[in-house]
Design a protein around this ligand. Sequence first.
Ligand code: BEZ
Length: 217
Amino acid sequence: MNTELHVYTMPRIGDKAPDFEAVTTTGKLKFSEYNKESWVVLFSHPADFTPVCTTEMSGFAREKKFFEERNTKLLGLSIDSIHAHIAWVNAVHEKTGVLFEFPIIADIDMSVSRLYGMLQPGESETAAVRAVFIIDPEGKVRLIMYYPLNVGRNMEEIKRSLIALQTSDVNKCAMPLDWKPGEKVIVPAPKTIEALAERKKSDLEMVDWYLAKRSID
Ligand code: BEZ
């Protein structure tokens, strides 16, 4: 095994998303430009012309309107050439009518995969795992998912996560287990004795003083 391959960076939640330039199916792209004033869902898949990846990419493509309505751009990646990407996009379009309109990075030198910890040698030394990075318009990594090669992701969870992050930012709240849009959210716990007294008098739905929920519009 090539031990050099084990020296990888791995962005963490709260980090500035590492910037890069890449060749993609929509042309050359600089990440920080693409991310300007927009959320980005950056996701990797192991390889073009593989079945699980085809279902996942088609799933992202079908949700174009959902992501656009939430000021969110998609950005795919795999360690394949731009020619392989173009041929796969074309083949899926011809066979199913689904067009992958979002850019897909041709990370043939693995530079972006390494930067984002998408190459995990215990799983594969040559194919990216199924990673998802949700990055906010300030360029901060807000949520990370990693799936192995043989398990496709859950589109509903990706969508739910994005809505939860955006709702949390707007309403300054946290989301409980299995939270879904329309459900009550968790109000931050009081941090002073005075705030605790106010909390006790409030009409919030309360399990205990530190676990209170409210509706949002
Ligand atoms: C797939 O997308 O079907 C796949 C890719 C790499 C390994 C296993 C499955």
